[in-house]
Design a protein around this ligand. Structure first.
Ligand SMILES: Cc1cc2nc3c(=O)[nH]c(=O)nc-3n(C[C@H](O)[C@H](O)[C@H](O)COP(=O)(O)O)c2cc1C
Length: 194
C-alpha cells in the first residue's frame, strides 16, 4: 500500500519555525513513495471551543473538513510550537474541535482512531519545544492515535535553517529523517487504507 501522510504545522505565524520544519518534513515524505498532503491551519479558522456555541451552532464546518482530511490519511506529522512548556492554544483548540466531529458526509467517524502520528517541534529555546510534544502525546493517544516513539525537536531554531528554508542542524535533520522513515514503516503495517 502507498501510505498517505498529512503534514500539519501548528503555527500560523508567517515566519514560523514550525512551518519551516513542517515543510522539511513534507519534502522528506515527498521523496518516498508515500503521498504527502500539506495543510495550513490558516485555511481552517475555528472559534475557541465553547460547549454552548456547539449546542447552538453544531461543530464548525472547518472542524469537519479537517476531520475529513484526517480520516483520509494513514499518518499525520504534527509540527507544534511550545507555549509555556505545553501545547499552544491553536493546536489544542483544533484537536478539541476535531474530537467533537462524529460524522462526515453522514458516516460515523473517529478522526484520530488508528491514525499513526509523528510529532515534531521547533523553538528558539534550548529544549526545542519537546515539552509540548510530551504534552501532546497523551492527548492524541487518548483519542486513539498510534503515536510513534521517534520525534524531532529543533532547538535554537532561529539558526536552524538556511535561506532556502532547509534544515542546517545535523542532529535535527537526522532525527527528522528517522521519524519520517519510522512513520512510513508504521503506516504500511497499521495504515487505514489499502
Ligand atoms: C505565550 C508564549 C509562550 C511561549 N512559551 C515557550 C516555552 O515554554 N518554550 C519555548 O521553547 N518557547 C516558548 N515560546 C516561544 C516560541 O517557541 C516562539 O514564539 C516560536 O517562534 C513559536 O513557534 P513558531 O515560530 O512556529 O510560530 C513562547 C511564545 C509565546 C508567544
Amino acid at each position: 500500500m502507498t501510505p498517505r501522510i498529512l503534514i500539519l504545522p501548528g503555527s500560523n505565524r508567517l515566519a514560523s519555525y514550525n512551518r519551516r520544519l513542517a515543510a522539511e518534513a513534507a519534502r522528506l515524505v515527498a521523496a518516498t513513495d508515500a503521498v504527502a498532503t500539506h495543510l495550513s491551519l490558516t485555511d481552517y479558522p475555528l472559534p475557541l471551543y465553547d460547549a454552548d456555541f456547539e449546542d447552538e451552532h453544531g461543530v464548525p464546518e472547518n472542524a469537519t473538513l479537517l476531520a475529513q482530511h484526517l480520516t483520509a490519511q494513514d499518518g499525520l506529522i504534527l509540527v507544534s510550537p511550545e507555549y509555556n512548556t505545553s501545547i499552544p492554544p491553536l493546536v489544542k483548540n483544533t484537536i478539541d474541535w476535531i474530537s467533537r466531529v462524529r460524522k462526515v458526509q453522514g458516516r460515523p467517524v473517529q478522526p484520530f482512531r488508528g491514525l499513526v502520528v509523528a510529532l515534531a517541534s521547533a523553538s528558539p529555546g534550548r529544549l526545542g519545544g519537546m515539552r509540548a510534544l510530551a504534552a501532546l502525546r497523551p492527548v492524541l493517544m487518548s483519542l486513539g492515535a498510534e503515536v510513534i516513539t521517534p520525534q524531532c525537536s529543533l532547538a535554537d531554531a532561529a539558526h536552524g535553517f538556511d535561506e532556502a528554508g532547509h534544515l542546517t542542524d545535523d542532529h535535527a535533520r537526522a532525527a527528522l529523517e528517522q521519524m519520517v522513515e519510522r512513520l512510513i514503516d508504521h503506516c504500511r503495517v497499521l495504515g487505514r487504507h489499502e
